[in-house]
Design a protein around this ligand. Structure first.
Ligand SMILES: O=P(O)(O)O[C@@H]1C[C@H](O)[C@@H](CO)O1
Ligand SMILES: Nc1nc2[nH]cnc2c(=O)[nH]1
Length: 291
């Protein structure tokens, strides 16, 4: 099935994104400065939002739709820790058949809606041998493995109204928010399961082979997933402040003869298991943020 109901789209004009941003803003009372993208099974982050205004993706002309279990496909506007926010309950992935530009269209739309800070969350496999299922990893950096294979949303003509042709990507994940998150997590008693590490992204939809997991260990990844990096590239390109959390939903299989296998059900179950802690941590961080 063609996910978006039209052919795969590899580029959007500034005006396309502006039209979508205006359409969305015209339907809601709040005009937030912070957006949160919810990863697989992490849509419950929206439970803590008050005074909700909800727009299903299917009601937004030109917006992609979600096709993956655990991604509801709604924009949720409202108040969280006293601040105006918008959550994406469901993101888009290249493995669904979307181009990198389609998966990141919401980030440009957010920018044009006035969003200055982006929180990205994801479900990820633990690559670091010291990690456990249920750990929450503050993302300190990423490895864009899909980018090594040419999949990058910034490929194509550059519109300087968004940002420069060659954006820097060191310091992609805001240091102050990372420090804040780590110290709040410790204060909240999350010290045993809070981590800080490097997220790597492949395209998926298959989980990694054993040799791929060993490779990711060698190149310095602590966790691996199928999303987030394209969103962060686009957010940094247009000058947003970015913070990211990975929930370690499973530990990758790095033994050739292991009998267990990775599966999406375990990913969703771990999301459910840790959802309250994630909600509390995100709410505490937002409460302390200057937006
Ligand atoms: O959207 P995220 O990155 O949280 O989802 C991960 C990657 C796949 O979509 C899925 C695999 O279980 O979880
Ligand atoms: N690529 C990848 N994505 C995931 N998302 C959740 N778990 C995993 C995993 O083990 N590998």
């Amino acid at each position: 099935m063609d996910p978006a109901g039209s052919s795969k789209k590899n580029s959007y004009t500034y005006e396309d994104a502006q039209g979508i941003a205006e359409n969305i803003l015209a339907r809601v009372k709040s005009h937030p400065k912070l957006a949160i993208i919810c990863g697989s099974g992490l849509g419950k982050l929206a439970d803590m939002v008050e005074d909700k205004e909800v727009i299903p993706y299917g009601d937004i002309p030109g917006f992609p739709v979600s096709t993956v279990p655990g991604h509801e496909g709604k924009l949720v506007f409202g108040t969280l820790s006293g601040k105006s926010v918008v959550l994406m309950q469901g993101r888009f992935h290249c493995y669904e058949g979307y181009s990198a530009q389609q998966t990141t269209l919401p980030v440009r739309v957010f920018h044009l809606m006035g969003i200055k800070t982006l929180f990205v969350t994801n479900a990820a496999g633990g690559i670091n041998r010291g990690y456990n299922v249920g750990d929450i990893m503050v993302i300190k950096d990423h490895i864009n493995l899909a980018g090594f294979a040419g999949v990058n949303p910034l490929v194509g003509p550059n519109d300087t109204r968004y940002g420069p042709r060659f954006p820097p990507m060191s310091r992609a994940y805001d240091l102050d928010i990372r420090k804040l998150a780590l110290s709040l997590a410790k204060e909240m008693g999350f010290g045993d399961f809070i981590r800080e590490g490097v997220y790597s992204a492949l395209i998926g939809p298959n989980f990694e082979t054993v040799s791929e997991c060993k490779y990711l260990q060698v190149v310095g990844a602590d966790a691996t997933g199928m999303s987030t990096v394209p969103e962060v590239l686009v957010a940094k390109h247009c000058g947003m402040r970015v913070f990211g959390l990975s929930l370690i939903t499973n530990i990758v299989i790095d033994e050739y003869d292991a009998e267990s296998t990775a599966n999406h059900e375990e990913v969703l179950q771990t999301g459910e298991m840790r959802s309250k802690d994630l909600q509390k941590l995100v709410a505490a961080i937002i409460q302390k943020l200057d937006l």
